[in-house]
Write a protein that binds this ligand. Structure first.
Ligand SMILES: [Zn+2]
Length: 205
């Protein structure tokens, strides 16, 4: 018997920096990815469903991706263990720029290179933009944070950034399904295969 349920993906765009907050409606629960938009906007979408919110997942700890994180209970928030330092240090997560330092603490962590969180949810550690950056795969959808954009990659000049590490992380992307739809941290969704045609940093060897 095949399960016909398809995840529904809602996209909210933060007006200042164009950060994408994703709300994924799974068969039995909701997932928020990168709560950078206003909490009230996120909540309005969650409230339309009777399904409970099970996870708030962070692709990385920069301020534009975590602005509303502290409006959620810490025990449902997850990020990679290498990102804990960034999350709790305003000078590293760039929230000092906003004049309002944000610390996200007491959360749960993903460990290692590949981490299975739940049925159909796999986390790939892709450092480079930040030490604990990840790509989150939910079924065939890839949430790439600021690691991969349609025609570019994340910057490596912020605290904890490392261009060599990012290049290694891009090699991991080579192993992913090219037909997957990618939901980046900024910009419109795209098919991974199409990115290979236009993205200088993704090259077929
Ligand atoms: Zn970022």
């Amino acid at each position: 018997m095949t399960d016909a349920y398809k995840d529904i993906i809602h996209i909210l765009v933060e007006p200042e920096l164009g950060e994408n907050t994703y709300i994924v409606e799974r068969k039995n629960y909701m997932v928020v990815i990168d709560p950078g938009c206003e909490f009230s906007e996120i909540k309005a979408i969650l409230d339309k469903s009777v399904k409970p919110l099970k996870y708030v997942l962070l692709t990385h700890g920069h301020v534009d991706h975590i602005k509303s994180a502290n409006s959620f209970p810490a025990d449902i928030i997850y990020a990679h263990e290498e990102e804990v330092q960034t999350l709790k240090t305003p000078s590293r997560n760039a929230s000092l720029w906003t004049g309002k330092g944000i610390k996200v603490e007491g959360i749960k962590v993903f460990k290692g290179k590949v981490f299975t969180l739940d049925d159909g949810i796999t986390i790939y550690h892709t450092p480079g933009h930040t030490p604990g950056g990840v790509i989150i795969k939910i079924n065939e959808a890839l949430f790439s944070g600021d690691t991969l954009f349609y025609d570019s990659i994340g910057r490596t000049d912020l605290p904890g950034g490392n261009s060599k590490e990012l290049q290694m992380s891009l090699k991991l992307i080579d192993s992913l399904n090219r037909d997957a739809k990618v939901y980046p941290g900024h910009g419109e969704p795209f098919i991974l295969r199409d990115s290979y045609k236009v993205n200088y940093f993704l090259k077929d060897k």
